[in-house]
Design a protein around this ligand. Structure first.
Ligand code: GLA
Length: 521
């Protein structure tokens, strides 16, 4: 009887235990499933904002966020920039996050306010605290989308053979200063029409250069595509060539260009081949997005890849390095195949910007030579931010510097005065002098400066600059410049010979003006 009762108890116990364990397992499974449905850290994930550009491409911002309680970490990638999140505050569903450039060296930060709203993330940002915020909506993106590609190994340095081009500084036009992202096929054709018919081509202008924003993505084989502003690049090149002109294009060694478009990273030879097949004659290669993967010290190797790739196409393509003069590019630009290299940050159509750049080039003179030029950036002549006198100073200074003359204005609608400045053949002749010796400052007193440039055949260009806001008198003593009575003197803006004025040449230079002379024996 006792044994029977005992076995009945064990059975009861076993049933209760089984039910309890099963219940426990169900509850645990339920909790796990519910938790999986509703993550405790709802901002965690990869988010993307896609803002359409007018050309069918998108400007993207990726926010790769990791939420841990009241803290957000992760990264933000916007156009060419890659930032790491350094601070966050707020929560649980609305945060202010601050992110700094990944290299930690560049003093550039962004701040975003992010708020979870259903399946989306509302993102608000402003450049300066006083700006109106830009409001955007981010949606979830697949993990990994927008992540930086792995860093490709860099080649050992070697000397890229000279391509034999640009024996004098390149002359032409570039779309960026005036058109920025508004450049398209029709604009380029009409600019080429203007250049071919308004006297510029005859004066030596040759390259019609498309800057950033022509790019779309890549096809399945990795071939770079044009966006809908440029339906047929080959046809455009043919058109420009039929005008007796040449076509230039732009890219970046990074994954993205400065304006956030598709860069060349990892497709260097392929893109060079594409450019050659299209009939491109000039490439401006702009560092920008490359800084997310490489340091400044690695610039020579990065630029060498494209230098080699262009040569390999066998098409003559002028190679223009654009990395704002970092790492003393004048010392190695020619070795990586560069025909010209930017020496400074971007020019603006303003007296301060133009003079800050132009008058600071003195020490670079020794690096300019046929085939290899310092590039103080494109011309702003005719863009409206300076006076005619100031634009003459701009043109004169660039000619003294043996700088590339790439007009940056709308050639279809400029005034005759602006055209006359751009096509002053006597000033252009100084710029294009075959010896390719860059001018130097030889005298300075306050806002007055005298620059000279040696020209072929023993001649010299002499430019008297007045950087002051008022007209200024200057007495030039010829003897100080080693110029004797026998010299032949010509004023390159008045287009007049000057009678020998005696040992001293007294002139009044207008505010922000220049007097430019050619002195020959
Ligand atoms: C940089 C360059 C400019 C221009 C823009 C285009 O700022 O320095 O000359 O090419 O990129 O995005």
């Amino acid at each position: 009887m006792d044994a029977k009762r005992q076995s009945g108890h064990s059975l009861q116990f076993a049933i209760i235990t089984t039910v309890t364990i099963t219940l426990f397992l169900f509850v645990t499974l339920f909790v796990v499933l519910v938790a999986a449905q509703q993550p405790a850290e709802p901002l965690t994930g990869n988010w993307v904002v896609r803002t359409p550009n007018a050309d069918g491409t998108f400007r993207t911002t990726y926010l790769n966020l990791k939420q841990e309680g009241p803290r957000i970490t992760g990264s933000i990638r916007v156009t060419q920039f890659f930032y790491l999140i350094t601070e966050s505050s707020g929560g649980p569903e609305a945060f202010t996050i601050t992110a700094a450039m990944r290299d930690g060296k560049t003093d550039r930060k962004v701040q975003y306010e992010v708020t979870l709203a259903g399946d989306a993330l509302h993102v608000s940002t402003r450049r300066r605290p006083t700006d109106k915020p830009t409001e955007m909506v981010a949606v979830r993106a697949p993990a990994g989308e927008g992540a930086l590609p792995p860093r490709n190994p860099l080649p050992a340095l070697h000397k890229v053979p000279d391509n034999g081009l640009a024996r004098t500084p390149p002359m032409g036009w570039n779309s960026w200063n005036n058109f920025a992202s508004r450049v398209d096929d029709a604009t380029v054709r009409s600019i080429a029409d203007a250049m071919a018919s308004n006297g510029m081509k005859d004066a030596g202008y040759q390259y019609v250069n498309i800057d950033d924003t022509w790019e779309a993505g890549r096809d399945a084989n990795g071939n770079i595509q044009t966006n809908k502003k440029f339906p047929d690049m080959k046809a455009l090149a043919d058109y420009v060539h039929r005008k007796g002109l040449k076509l230039g294009i732009y890219s970046s060694p990074g994954p993205n260009t400065c304006a956030g478009y598709e860069g060349t990273y990892g497709h260097e030879e392929q893109d060079a081949r594409t450019y050659a097949a299209w009939g491109i004659d000039y490439l401006k290669y702009d560092w920008c997005g490359a800084r997310t993967l490489y340091t400044d010290e690695e610039m020579p190797a990065v630029y060498q890849i494209m230098g080699d790739a262009l040569l390999k196409t066998k098409r003559p393509i002028v190679y223009s390095l654009c990395q704002y003069g970092r790492l003393d590019v004048w010392e190695w630009g020619a070795d990586v195949g560069g025909n010209l290299w930017r020496t400074t940050g971007d020019i603006r159509d303003a007296w301060d910007s133009m003079t800050r750049i132009g008058f600071s080039q003195d020490e670079l003179a020794q690096w300019a030579r046929p085939g290899h030029w310092n590039d103080p950036d494109m011309l702003e002549i005719g863009n409206g931010g300076m006076t005619e006198t100031e634009y003459k100073t701009h043109m004169s200074l660039w000619a003294m510097l043996a700088a590339p003359l790439l007009a940056g204005n709308d050639l279809r609608s400029m005034t005759s005065e602006v055209l006359a400045i751009l096509t002053n053949r006597e000033v252009i002749a100084v710029d294009q002098d075959k010896d390719g010796k860059q001018g130097k400052q030889v005298w300075k007193s306050g806002d007055l400066e005298i620059w000279t440039r040696s020209l072929s055949g023993g001649a010299r260009a002499v430019a008297l600059f007045n950087r002051a806001a008022d007209p200024a008198k200057l007495a030039l003593h010829w003897a100080d410049l080693g110029i004797s009575e026998k010299a032949h003197l010509r004023d390159l803006w008045l287009h007049q010979n000057i009678e020998w004025p005696g040992p001293e040449y007294s002139v009044t230079i207008p505010r922000h003006g220049v007097i430019m002379l050619r002195v020959s024996q």
